[in-house]
Structures are given as C-alpha cells and as structure tokens.
Design a protein. Structure first.
Length: 151
C-alpha cells in the first residue's frame, strides 16, 4: 500500500488500458481463428474506449478531487495481468475470455475498495463513478462473450 492521488489512480488505469489495447491489437494480427480474432478486436476496442473514457473522466472531475490523497491505495496487480496476457494461449478463446473477465473484476474490486476507503466525499464520488464504469464494462463484456460463443 502506498499514497496516491485520485489523479494518479486514474492515470494508472488509463496506462493499463493502453497496454492491454496494444497487446490485444498485436494478438489480433497473429490469430487465424475468426472467433478469437473477433474477441481480440472487441477487447482492443473496449480498452481503447476505456482509455478515452478515463481521459475524459479526469477532465470532468473537480481539481480538488483529483489532488486528493488516498492513503491506502493498492500497489496494483497490473504487471501480473499483463504477464498473464503475454502467456495466454492464443488458440484458447475461453482462456482469453476468462483473463479479460478477471481483469474487469479486478478493476471493479479495486475501485470499490478505493471508494470505501476514501476520506473525502469528492474522492469517494470519483471512485464510485469509476466503479460504475467498470461494472458496466464487465456486464457488456459478459454479454459479448455469451454472444460470441454462439457465433
């Protein structure tokens, strides 16, 4: 655990989504299975969308909230997830899908924990809004995965 500002958390999230997008895009060029290619395309687009959403989100939050310190910010498991993604079996749609869902659940849990631990209403509101965004993405991803399995 370490100290971070709300802005730091948002920037780290944006950077994480950018790295995921880049990796999904690279993998998309390597696969031959059409369903896996569609999944990777959806994941890349979703990560691009989240990256832009976080950029816009940062400009939508009051400067005071952005500079609020979070005492017990998690260290983050982003490197672990990026390593898992680098080692994923590109022929296994279910493994890729499970990893994508694990990432969404991790991010939602992280924002939930940050909201619960926030000491100011503005920081709590920011993390609750980020949590809502991630939960919506998790729901959308689950629905898309279900439809993709029928493809």
């Amino acid at each position: 655990m370490r100290y971070k500002t709300v802005e730091d958390v948002i920037q780290e999230g944006r950077d994480f989504h950018a790295k995921l997008s880049q990796q999904y895009g690279q993998y998309e060029q390597l696969v031959s299975d059409r369903r896996i290619e569609l999944l990777l395309d959806q994941l890349r687009r979703r990560e691009d969308s989240m990256m832009h959403s976080l950029e816009n989100f940062r400009s939508d939050i009051a400067p005071g909230a952005l500079h609020t310190w979070v005492q017990f910010a998690p260290e983050g498991r982003e490197p672990e997830f990026l390593q898992r993604l680098r080692n994923v079996d590109l022929d296994d749609l279910d493994e890729i899908a499970k990893l994508a869902l694990d990432i969404e659940m991790y991010l939602a849990d992280q924002y939930r924990d940050l909201a619960l631990g926030a000491e100011t209403p503005s920081a709590r509101d920011a993390f609750e809004r980020l949590l809502e965004l991630e939960e919506l993405e998790e729901h959308t991803l689950s629905k898309n995965l279900f439809n993709l399995r029928d493809y």
